[in-house]
Each structure stands twice: as structure tokens, then as C-alpha cells.
Write a protein that binds this ligand. Structure first.
Ligand SMILES: CC(C)(COP(=O)(O)OP(=O)(O)OC[C@H]1O[C@@H](n2cnc3c(N)ncnc32)[C@H](O)[C@@H]1OP(=O)(O)O)[C@@H](O)C(=O)NCCC(=O)NCCS
Length: 437
């Protein structure tokens, strides 16, 4: 148990370093506030604050508003999916926002001895950070107190974050005329992420974690893949999951580069997503290539961790640390949140025409979403740009993967001379060759 704890804690340290000082905007759906696990979620948020992450917490109030309006017999009107906020609804919105905010502030203030937040002493700030204007009249429908965001008081929020506080923002905006406007929590979280240059936006909802048609978790999607998924009627996409994914796509379309979708009902989901390699949610990112870059000496630890299991089962030839250090310039790596999740190497040969592709690896948790192919494309285009016309690869178990990507089976005699001489008969790898276009 102790050993497990030590290993786990050490494993988390790269993530702790990667996230420290960054701004993360977290949106917590109104339905989660009523979930039995909500106090745990808030404790986890307080832990993030203790680790130096600068947090802005936006909460929703949809179910709270719906319940109150129903109880009071107020019939609300929707137009184009947006609520028209009359006087009675605005009163309900203010009440619900106030109640939820106070609940969050109370939980963040907890600090009893023997509780997870003992000694935390977190300063929570909320305020008039969102300046709004009325949405106005659309198709002849007056939306009254439903608003849209006009401006964010970035300086005001940053001051609070710089002092180590957590900023809690309700989905209400204020206008210079002294009025309050009803806003959507997700839109507020998106606007805050963009204006504050947040490292990520985390949308915590109550939909299940996303899976593909075969029930496998979807850890990472590009914006394009996320849009394509919404077009399908994938069985893993119920109404709650669909709504959640739509919000992520909207945020991505507005320019938020990294949106994490999480099932906030899952105990510890936030911590697992931020501090473990595998995560538990889905990252919708604007650009899959942004994380692909040449390796540096700092990546050695991450590379070793990625390669070791595959060296042990014989899929890859063993490369000791010293060899990896010498050859690190040959590698490109794919990074997610400070961890290496994929790599590939390119070696020149004695023939200027031919280069070798080696050590193409994607972490098992991230396979089958095209990352292997992205790495392959990169290595091939790097080789072509240095004048190579042919790429070859030696593999024991992945021949078909390469053949499906334009490689043809070759013979040891097809290899450049030095590689032919160094060919390991015992390993008996297959040779595959591709003419670069
Ligand atoms: C090969 C590897 C890099 C592919 O990574 P990836 O990100 O999953 O690749 P992609 O998403 O682009 O492709 C996935 C497809 O390849 C198929 N595939 C994966 N490994 C395969 C193999 N050994 N043989 C044939 N097909 C394979 C998958 O089944 C999937 O296709 P499907 O969804 O139609 O079933 C990854 O499986 C890996 O790291 N393997 C271990 C290391 C290795 O063998 N490297 C090659 C030697 S240098």
C-alpha cells in the first residue's frame, strides 16, 4: 500500500509541475450541485488550488431554475432553445444563483481538522466580473432579461487569482444601467477561458464518459472528430452526453484550444484527468498537431516510461537510457499535458535516398484515434524534406499496420548496406519499404 502510494505520488509530480500557475476554468453543471458527491468535487477543487492552479469556477443553475419556476407555476418560454427571462424568471434566476453560489462558498470554506480540507483556508471571490447587455428582440420575440456577454473584467479576476483565491462566477451578467441578465453558464465559462488565456476549460456534467461505438473510451477528439461524432447516432451518445459534447464543440469553435469533458459524478474524476496519464474524460482539442514536436533531452524520462513496457514484451528493441540520450535528436514526440503519449524516430542511412523509421509508438490508452498515422505522416514528411525518397522500417509485429499505409514487404537485401550488416537474424524482423511521393 505504502509503495503504491509512493509510486503514485511520484507519478503525479510531472503533472503537478505542468499545471502549477496555469489558469483552469471549470464549469460545473447545475445538476451536479445536487449530486451526493458534490462536496467531494469541491474538496478536489480546493486541492487543485493548494497545488497552485489558478481556478475560475463557473456554475450552472438550470435544474434549480426549472424546479423553482415549476413550483411557482411560472410558464417559461423558449425561443430557438433560449429561455425568455421575464421579471418572474429573473427573480428565480437570482435566487437560484445566490443559493448555489453560497453553497459552493460554504463548501470551499470548510477546514475542520481531520477533514480533507483541514488547513486549506481558501479565499473565494465572486463579483460583477461579467458585463452583459440584453440579447434584445429576435424574430419579434423580446428576450427581456436574457443577456449576452459584452465584456469580462479580466484585470479584476486576475487580481484575485494572483492573490491565490478561487474565483466563483455565476451565470449572471451586469449592465452599466444597473440591471442583471440571465446568461448560460457554459457560455460564461467559454468566454472566461478565452479572455483569461486559460490552459484548459473543464466541463463537468452528468453524462457518462464518451465511448466509441464499441464501448471503448474516447480519450481525445479533434474538433472535427467531435463534430463528426455528433452527426452520428452512436449508442454511446445519449441526450446528456450529446449536450455535453455540443458545449465542448461550441467552446472549441470559439477558440478554446483544450476542452475536457468529464462525468462530474465520478468520484475523483477531476484529479484523475489532471494528474494521471490515462485520465478519465475526453479532451476535445483544436489541433492534433500542436503537441507533436522534436524531442529534447528533457523528454528522456517520458520516453523511457512509454517505451519500457514494449521493450519488455519484445515488441521493440531495448534502448538503454544512454542510447536514448545520444539519439534523442532523432525522435519526435507527442505530448499531452506534460506527458509523452507517442513517439517516432527517423535515422539516416549510408544511402542519402533512404531513411529508417523506427520506434513508432502510441501509448495503449491513446491508440486507434489516428495518432500513429499522424506520427508516421510527420516522420515521412520530415524525411522527404531532407531529400529522402524511400522510407524503410523493421518490425516484428506491426507489418500489416504499415502495409495498410502504403508500405510494401521487402527483403533484407533491400536495406542500405550498414543496416543490412547490422540486421539481427535472431529477431527476424520483417522489412517494409515505402517510396515517398
Ligand atoms: C502501431 C501503433 C503505433 C499504431 O498506433 P495508433 O495510434 O493506434 O494508430 P492509428 O490510430 O493510426 O491506427 C489504428 C489502426 O491500426 C490497427 N493496428 C494496430 N496495431 C496493428 C498491428 N500490429 N497490425 C495491424 N493493424 C494494427 C488498429 O486495429 C486500428 O485499426 P482499426 O481501428 O481499423 O481496427 C501502436 O499500435 C503501437 O504503439 N504499437 C506498438 C509499437 C509498435 O509495434 N510499433 C511499430 C514498430 S516500430
Amino acid at each position: 500500500m505504502t509503495d503504491q502510494f509512493v509510486a503514485w505520488f511520484r507519478g503525479a509530480s510531472p503533472y503537478i509541475n505542468a499545471h502549477r500557475g496555469r489558469i483552469i476554468v471549470i464549469h460545473v453543471g447545475g445538476e451536479l450541485v445536487e449530486h451526493e458527491g458534490f462536496p467531494h468535487l469541491i474538496h478536489d477543487i480546493s486541492l487543485l488550488n493548494s497545488l497552485g492552479i489558478r481556478l475560475v469556477l463557473v456554475h450552472g443553475i438550470r435544474p434549480q431554475v426549472e424546479r423553482r419556476t415549476a413550483e411557482r407555476g411560472i410558464t417559461t418560454r423558449l425561443h430557438k432553445g433560449l429561455r425568455v427571462t421575464g421579471d418572474a424568471e429573473l427573480a428565480v434566476v437570482k435566487e437560484a444563483a445566490g443559493a448555489v453560489r453560497v453553497e459552493i462558498e460554504a463548501l470551499l470554506s470548510m477546514g475542520l481538522a481531520n477533514s480533507p480540507m483541514a488547513g486549506a483556508r481558501i479565499r473565494v471571490t465572486s463579483g460583477n466580473f461579467i458585463v452583459a447587455r440584453p440579447l434584445g428582440v429576435i424574430d419579434g420575440v423580446d428576450f427581456r432579461h436574457t443577456g449576452e456577454i459584452r465584456r469580462v473584467d479580466v484585470g479584476g479576476i486576475q487580481d484575485q487569482l494572483n492573490q491565490g483565491g478561487v474565483v466563483v462566477v455565476s451565470p449572471i451578467g451586469y449592465s452599466p444601467t444597473g440591471e442583471a441578465f440571465n446568461l448560460s453558464g457554459e457560455t460564461v465559462a467559454t468566454a472566461l477561458s478565452l479572455c483569461l488565456g486559460a490552459a484548459k476549460l473543464m466541463l463537468l456534467g452528468s453524462g457518462e464518459a464518451l465511448t466509441d461505438g464499441a464501448g471503448r473510451p474516447l480519450r481525445q477528439l479533434t474538433l472535427e472528430q467531435a463534430r463528426a461524432l455528433l452527426e452520428t447516432d452512436s449508442p454511446g451518445l445519449g441526450p446528456a452526453e450529446r449536450h455535453h459534447l455540443e458545449n465542448a464543440v461550441h467552446a472549441g469553435e470559439y477558440g478554446v484550444e483544450r476542452v475536457h469533458l468529464l462525468d462530474g459524478r465520478r468520484d475523483g474524476a477531476l484529479l484523475k484527468e489532471l494528474f494521471t496519464r490515462d485520465g478519465v474524460g475526453t479532451l476535445v482539442s483544436a489541433d492534433p498537431y500542436e503537441s507533436l514536436r522534436p524531442a529534447t533531452i528533457e523528454d528522456i524520462g517520458g520516453l523511457l516510461e512509454l517505451l519500457e513496457p514494449m521493450e519488455q514484451d519484445g515488441t521493440l528493441v531495448r534502448r538503454p537510457r544512454e542510447k536514448l540520450e545520444q539519439e534523442v535528436d532523432h525522435f519526435v514526440v507527442m505530448e499531452r499535458d506534460g506527458t509523452i503519449i507517442g513517439c517516432a524516430a527517423r535515422y539516416p542511412s549510408d544511402s542519402p535516398e533512404a531513411q529508417e523509421l523506427a520506434c513508432l509508438v502510441v501509448h495503449p490508452e491513446y491508440r486507434r484515434s489516428g495518432l500513429g498515422e499522424t506520427l508516421l505522416d510527420r516522420v515521412e514528411s520530415d524525411a522527404a524534406s531532407t531529400g529522402a525518397r524511400r522510407m524503410f522500417v523493421l518490425t516484428t509485429r506491426t507489418a500489416h499496420w504499415f502495409r495498410e499505409r502504403g508500405y510494401e514487404s521487402g527483403e533484407v537485401d533491400d536495406l542500405p548496406l550498414t543496416r543490412r550488416q547490422g540486421y539481427n537474424q535472431q529477431r527476424n524482423s520483417k522489412v517494409l519499404v515505402k517510396e515517398l511521393g
